[in-house]
Ligand binder design. Structure first.
Ligand code: SPD
Length: 381
């Protein structure tokens, strides 16, 4: 993992994952625990992004632990944030994005983990966890779920036809932010993720500003750029995989793994067109999503059991193999298919990794400008 983690957050780095247990004299060795500690009520409520878990993960956990999992999904960080701030969400595990969630952590919305109940923390990549500690000091609250980057994806054939050439700009953001390209792609459809904190970092980065600028003038300048390409955006999507696979557009701002899922889906359906996540020469926007236990969670032991289960090497590998998102699980690496490991849009090489725009979050002071600019863009005025 290269340095893509966080900007504008505390930079303190410290190792993370529980240190290996100190050797204990045999006579004093504590009795091995009888099994995972579970809550009396055999229920676990999880709130996660859509299309972000392997097919059997929940069923396998339910079967092994005798716990009923209620699994709900949200489409953006804003929706999760609203639930957490309202309180009594009822969720035992949620999956925020680290940069966005800094303010949640600071507001005490998450409780510290009981690391002794998560022995599989030892499977995590220490380098990844050290980066994460820049946001979550001492890795007290967050456990990695998946990471990737927000980028431009295309339907290669449709884009070539609309542009009249196979040549693509080196900086793929040009396809969606430069009117010279977007005008041509309008006929086959440009799709954007529907969230200010997904679109604005990319827009700010494209106009040469800090992707997480706290300067209202920068946000307004990004709004001016966006206004020029607004007529070319067909859809603001909360169901990007379906929309890509359903042929609703030819160029999209989406998440790397989701674009790869859409690609697989088109292939499975026998489609001839090639869906491709691109690696912009100036970098995609890095993100890491993490599991956290809300402060008011009711099934805290069950949550720890699930987190430990998720961190098994085979489950980490399945996330990459089936869902196209790496998880930060180092022990999983030998179990990941070679085709996935060598896919440059899933496991980036050092050069591409170092180009990624670090994750971040906007200061509260610019929330209203951020939303105003984004909503004006969406409305088209
Ligand atoms: N299929 C769900 C992918 C989840 C992506 N989370 C991305 C957050 C980026 N800000």
């Amino acid at each position: 993992m290269a340095a893509a983690f966080l900007v504008a957050c505390g930079k303190k780095e410290e190792p993370v994952v529980a240190a290996p247990a100190e050797s204990t004299p045999a006579a004093a060795a504590p009795a091995a625990p009888a099994g995972p500690i579970l809550d009396d009520e055999k229920v676990l409520n999880i709130y996660n992004w859509p299309d972000y878990i392997t097919e059997n993960m929940v069923a396998d956990f339910e079967k092994e632990f005798g716990i009923k999992v209620n699994y709900d999904t949200f489409e953006n960080n804003e929706a999760l944030h609203a639930k957490l701030v309202a309180g009594n969400s009822g969720y035992d595990i949620v999956v925020p994005t680290v940069g966005f969630s800094k303010k949640q952590l600071e507001a005490g919305l998450y409780q510290p983990l009981k690391k002794e109940q998560i022995p599989n923390l030892a499977n995590l990549d220490p380098e990844f966890m050290t980066k994460l500690a820049a946001i979550d000091e001492g890795n007290r609250h967050y456990v990695p779920w998946g990471w990737g980057f927000t980028t431009v994806g295309i339907n290669r054939q449709k884009v070539a036809a609309a542009l009249g050439t196979d040549a693509l700009p080196e900086n793929s953001w040009e396809l969606v932010f430069n009117p010279e390209y977007s005008r041509k792609l309008r006929s086959c459809g440009i799709l954007f993720l529907d969230s200010p904190t997904e679109i604005m970092p990319a827009a700010l980065h494209y106009i040469g500003k800090d992707a997480y600028s706290g300067n209202p003038d920068d946000l307004r300048a990004a709004g001016e750029m966006l206004a020029k390409i607004r007529p070319d955006v067909r859809l603001f999507s909360s169901t990007m995989i379906d929309d890509i696979a359903g042929g609703k557009g030819c160029a999209f701002i989406g998440w790397s793994g989701d674009i790869n899922i859409a690609k697989d889906r088109v292939n499975e359906m026998g489609g001839k067109d090639e869906i491709v996540p691109l690696l912009p020469s100036t970098g995609g926007v890095f993100f890491a999503d993490v599991m956290a236990i809300p402060a008011d969670a009711k099934h805290v032991n069950n949550a720890h059991a699930f987190i430990d289960f998720f961190l098994r090497a085979e489950n980490g590998a399945a996330m990459a193999n089936e869902v196209n998102y790496p998880t930060g699980n180092k022990a999983a690496m030998p179990l990941i298919d070679e085709a996935i490991k060598s896919n440059q849009t899933i496991f980036l090489d050092d050069a591409n990794m170092s180009r990624l725009i670090p994750s971040g979050g906007y200061p509260n002071e610019v929330s209203s400008v951020l939303n105003e600019v984004y909503n004006a863009f969406k409305r088209g005025r």
